[in-house]
Design a protein around this ligand. Structure first.
Ligand SMILES: Nc1ncnc2c1ncn2[C@@H]1O[C@H](COP(=O)(O)OP(=O)(O)OP(=O)(O)O)[C@@H](O)[C@H]1O
Ligand SMILES: [Mg+2]
Length: 518
């Protein structure tokens, strides 16, 4: 996955504000030609044929009035105000509808949406740059810069600001066009921006992926959800393979995991926890007093995790052999205590803990995971046996184990219209909010899993889109990042494939979003 070069980008933007005001610069025209190419004979003081279109979003109408008067009286400045917007909710649409090149935004404008700065910047037709109008010495200046504003102007906006803004608007637009035309441009929200955007509106948490039927796609969902959050969303994420019937998650990452890492698995860690619980921690730093250190210190947990490339995703590998699920460290109280301590330790440093468990809720570790989860994402397939088994298991969990119904969410996997059971019927039967429906991707999906690289890394399509729907319920910016990821990438040329090839290509296009639409 490629990232926008934030450092260079930030630097080039910082340069904008320190550069002296240039002579009236060439202005980008609607048809992509530069104004100086199309109007060489126009006089220095007449209005450029294609003035920059500027939308002003401030609390004070008077500020708009001052700017509007000056730019109307001095068309030679090459700026045309297209309107005033006093409600942030309307800002994005007003800028698009008005074909704006620049928005001058007071971030204290009612209902201003932080993400609009980036949405405008990556608007496919052309970049729409934001200049922030902030009070002097306001902390908002920094935030707006981080969000991607190309420059700043001090409020209140006066005649002086109107003149100051001329150079800022022209230079900002030119820089943006130059950057858009460069190979470095990837229309992706950079991680820093996503973090600022996401400073509100999401919560850290433990998400357990479960379903009482085998083979319904729990592991596929858990692994790719973790990739969506930890790699695409760039949040600190740990995937815990806690399936006591045998760990499978590492197969999805097999290409990257060295053999030596396989020994550092959940069983090795649970053993350490048991040892510590019995005899106290045995680190050199321990003082020998029982209870001095937790039974699962964070450094020890971290030493058992595998980091996926340079990303924010880590994996706790599951038990490599099924019989290990019967080890003492996982039995009854030990299993429960281990999971409680593991979560407590991971919560200190990670944003999201995604746990893949096996189908059997009677296994102590699985039950502990269901109990300690903030959310349980229940995976069902559209067949009677899966739906009925799920309903029955949930009834028991709600009635006898007293798990809170409110934390359960539904994921319908391998859905297809011809299954004879509609989504609405499944939702009604299970009586919980549905967060995503993932289509059946057929054998192509197993093929990708067998390749040892997670599906989300290289494939776009309806299965991946379904995973993004789930991820965005946990961390909303994931959807925007995904939507804009690699948009400028060229599709491969259509090949002459023959009839069978066309059918195969059609399937791959439909499900995985690869290649040309047949
Ligand atoms: N949406 C899908 N489209 C096509 N194949 C899928 C889809 N979801 C899962 N599969 C395939 O179904 C098989 C079982 O999936 P997975 O291992 O994720 O299920 P599981 O519920 O974790 O199974 P278990 O109960 O054994 O842990 C795998 O081969 C996987 O590639
Ligand atoms: Mg599984």
């Amino acid at each position: 996955m490629s990232h926008r070069n934030v450092a260079n980008d930030e630097q080039s933007r910082a340069n904008v504000s320190t550069r002296p005001a240039p002579p009236p610069p060439p202005v980008a025209s609607r048809n992509g030609k530069r104004a100086d190419e199309s109007q060489s004979e126009s006089s220095a003081h007449s209005a450029p044929q294609h003035s920059l279109r500027v939308l002003i979003a401030t609390q004070e109408f008077n500020e708009f009035r001052i700017l509007d008067r000056i730019y109307t009286e001095h068309p030679e400045l090459g700026i045309k105000t297209i309107g005033w917007c006093d409600n942030g909710i309307n800002l994005y649409q007003a800028a698009i509808d008005g074909d704006a090149d620049v928005v001058i935004v007071d971030p204290e404008t009612r209902s201003f949406q932080h993400e609009d700065v980036q949405r405008l910047w990556i608007y496919p037709k052309k970049p729409i740059v934001t200049i922030a109008a902030v009070p002097p010495q306001s902390g908002l200046a920094n935030t707006l810069k981080q969000l991607g504003a190309v420059d700043l102007v001090t409020r209140p906006l006066t005649e002086r600001s109107a003149h100051e803004l001329v150079a800022k608007c022209h230079v900002g637009v030119q820089e943006a066009l130059r950057y858009r035309a460069s190979v470095g441009y990837i229309p992706q929200m950079d991680s820093k921006t996503a973090q600022v955007i996401a400073s509100r509106g999401w919560q850290q948490g433990v998400i357990v992926v479960w379903g009482p039927k085998g083979g319904v796609g729990k592991t596929l969902v858990a692994c790719n959800l973790a990739v969506a959050l930890g790699v695409i969303g760039n949040r600190r994420t740990v995937l815990v393979d806690a399936n006591m019937a045998g760990g499978n998650d590492h197969h999805h990452f097999y290409q990257s995991i060295p053999q030596t890492q396989l020994g550092k698995n959940i069983s090795a860690l649970a053993d350490r926890a048991l040892l510590h619980a019995r005899y106290g921690p045995i680190q050199p730093s321990a003082t020998g007093m029982l209870g001095q250190r937790p039974i699962l210190p964070s450094d020890e947990v971290d030493a058992h995790l595998f980091r996926y490339g340079e990303s924010q995703l880590k994996l706790l590998i599951g038990i490599p052999r099924q019989h290990m699920g019967g080890y003492e460290c996982f039995s009854e109280e030990n299993g429960r205590a281990f999971f409680r301590e593991l979560v407590a330790s991971l919560r200190q440093f990670e944003d999201f803990i995604i746990v893949d468990i096996g189908q059997d809720a009677n296994v102590p570790l699985h039950l502990a995971a269901l109990e300690f989860a903030d959310y349980v994402y229940v995976v069902v397939t559209p067949d009677r046996s899966s739906i009925l088994a799920t309903r029955e298991a949930l009834d028991t969990l709600f009635k006898h184990v007293k798990l809170a119904r409110s934390k359960f969410r539904l994921v319908i996997n391998r859905y297809h219209d011809s299954s004879g059971i509609s989504r609405a019927e499944i939702v009604k039967a299970l009586d919980m909010p549905e967060i995503a429906t993932i289509p059946d991707g057929g054998p192509a999906v197993s093929n990708i899993v067998n390749s040892g690289k997670p599906l989300m890394m290289d494939h776009r399509g309806q299965v991946a889109d379904g995973i993004i729907s789930i991820a965005s319920t946990i961390y909303p910016p994931t959807r925007d990042i995904w939507m804009n990821r690699g948009k400028l990438g060229k599709k491969p040329q259509a090949k002459n494939r023959g009839a069978l090839g066309n059918i195969k290509a059609g399937l791959r296009w439909l499900v995985l979003g690869e290649g040309n639409k047949p």
